[in-house]
Design a binder for this molecule. Structure first.
Ligand SMILES: Cc1cc2nc3c(=O)[nH]c(=O)nc-3n(C[C@H](O)[C@H](O)[C@H](O)COP(=O)(O)OP(=O)(O)OC[C@H]3O[C@@H](n4cnc5c(N)ncnc54)[C@H](O)[C@@H]3O)c2cc1C
Length: 458
């Protein structure tokens, strides 16, 4: 067995792992990273990037666009970005093991616990790596409720949906969360007959009632059949169709394909964590405020960590920076846990930051909601659907929640994230000059109305 020694060993090269490796190397540490599949993890290969590529390329489908061309563009983007990560690892002199990481029983019970042993195994090699610090960033996998596990073979997950060779004539999407809505948008634009089956009484419920209600109207415009309060009981294949039986009706929903989008589950299997053993919390690796597990020199970040809060790529990458500050500089960078933006990349996009709509802080706050309909850029580019809603504290006038529903909302929401971190008041946003013509001018307009009660364009 080959042997290696490093200061920091990172397991998993997704948006948590690879930035941690790069930042660790930039801090002067000897770093190695182990990845069992593809550089970039879920986000780059079967998540954020392919979904956004498909959403972008299907937005203006023409009669000459083909599914194959669009799929190729998506795959090309993935390959380009993967090569980029490979280049960055090399540039920062990080050793990459294309292998599966495993904590062996032997060697990991040293009484002072100042090193950890990890095996990097693949078909041809098995390297024993001794590391001063280990960062586990093994991410998550699609979650399937135990009652539906026996139908697993009949359903696609997001791990496979991006490899389809042609769009299905019809597709049932189980789950009306943000991933379900984005995939429904893609397939509806390709002409598939789309049905979303959601167990709750609203789609993207976690984003609050205002957004949920708005999304229901937008879904209708795409002729997507949204079925709420429907709990899936069983799935079957009959002839060339797949049937989904739900609790509320006898007749099943039928389609060529079924995509299950019912959340994600932390991925800590087959790592040998029981050999240490590491303490788990509801399938997540339990960590403290410093991302430390019960072994002080083993850390967990990203989707697999109990500090994940939101399983999002930008949260994972933020934790990567934080953990390296802790390991290398013994400092913690301030964490803005109520300032995590979330975006649904439908058209219009929906972006939100701050406390939840049902939170008492938001309930007690003042708020203003302005439509984008009369904004110059919105009219000129035929993107008039949407609104900006700002909630601000009555006493301090600081922003506590903001929602943007508009074309490009995902890019605009950072205005509010930054405003919240900088503790800016609604008046300061009103006085800020936004470039013309942009849809972002609605942010200023909303803040101006909030400040002096009058709008210019509404
Ligand atoms: C369809 C879809 C769309 C999404 N869209 C967005 C979006 O728009 N915005 C957003 O912020 N988030 C989005 N997400 C979520 C985002 O992808 C995840 O939050 C993010 O990838 C988590 O990063 P991570 O590094 O923790 O884990 P991952 O990206 O899952 O990476 C973990 C890596 O660890 C590797 N690994 C696991 N076990 C081992 C082992 N034993 N040895 C070696 N390697 C191992 C895996 O192969 C993987 O590459 C989306 C997810 C999906 C599925």
């Amino acid at each position: 067995m080959d042997e290696a020694y490093v200061d920091i060993l990172v397991i998993g090269a997704g948006p948590a792992g690879y930035p941690a490796a790069i930042k660790g190397a930039q801090s002067g540490k000897k770093v190695a990273i182990i990845e069992k599949k593809d550089l970039g993890g879920t986000c780059l290969n079967v998540g954020c990037i392919p979904s956004k590529s498909l959403l972008y390329h299907t937005e203006h489908l023409s009669t000459t666009s083909s599914f194959q061309d669009i799929s190729k563009k998506k795959s090309d983007a993935i390959v380009t970005l993967r090569k980029g990560i490979n280049y960055l690892l090399k540039k920062n002199k990080i050793t990459l093991y294309e292998a599966e990481a495993y904590f062996p029983l032997e060697g990991n019970h040293n009484p002072d616990r100042n090193t950890v042993i990890v095996h990097a195994k693949n078909e041809t090699t098995n390297t024993k790596i001794t590391a001063k610090n280990v960062i586990i960033a093994t991410g998550s996998t699609p979650a399937i409720h135990p009652s539906l596990m026996k139908y697993k073979e009949l359903m696609l997950t997001t791990d496979y949906i991006f490899s389809l060779e042609k769009p299905p004539k019809s597709i049932i999407i189980i789950g009306g969360g943000y991933i379900g809505l984005e995939m429904a948008t893609v397939f509806a634009r390709f002409g598939s007959k789309v049905t979303i089956i959601e167990a709750l009484d609203a789609p993207v419920k976690e984003l609050g009632p205002t957004i949920s209600t708005f999304m229901q109207e937008e879904i209708k415009k795409l002729k997507i059949d949204l079925r709420l309060n429907c709990k899936v009981e069983r799935v079957e294949k009959k002839n060339n169709e797949k049937n989904v039986f739900v609790s509320t009706q006898e007749k099943p929903f039928s389609a060529e394909e079924i995509l299950i989008c019912t959340g994600r589950t932390p991925h800590a299997d087959n790592l040998g964590l029981e050999n240490l053993p590491l303490i788990m919390k509801n399938e997540f690796i339990q960590v403290n405020e410093q991302f430390q597990t019960n072994f002080p020199n083993i850390y967990a970040i990203g989707d697999v960590s109990s500090k994940s809060r939101a399983m999002l790529a930008h949260v994972a990458s933020d934790q990567a920076e934080a953990v390296i500050d802790i390991i290398c500089h013994n400092t913690t960078h301030q964490r803005y846990e109520h300032h995590i933006p979330a975006v649904v990349y439908t058209l219009p996009e929906v972006a939100v930051v701050g406390y939840g709509e049902e939170n008492q802080i938001v309930k007690k706050a003042q708020n203003i909601k302005i439509p984008v309909a009369s904004n110059g850029k919105a009219v000129a580019t035929e993107n008039t659907s949407g609104f900006v809603q700002i909630f601000w504290d009555k006493d301090t006038h600081e922003i506590v929640r903001a929602v943007i529903v508009a074309k490009g909302a995902g890019d605009m929401i950072s205005t509010f994230t930054l405003a919240m971190i900088a503790e800016l008041t609604i008046e300061e946003i009103a006085r800020t000059i936004f470039p013309h013509p942009t849809i972002s001018e609605v942010i200023k307009e909303a803040a101006s109305v909030a400040t002096n009660g009058k709008a210019i364009h509404v």
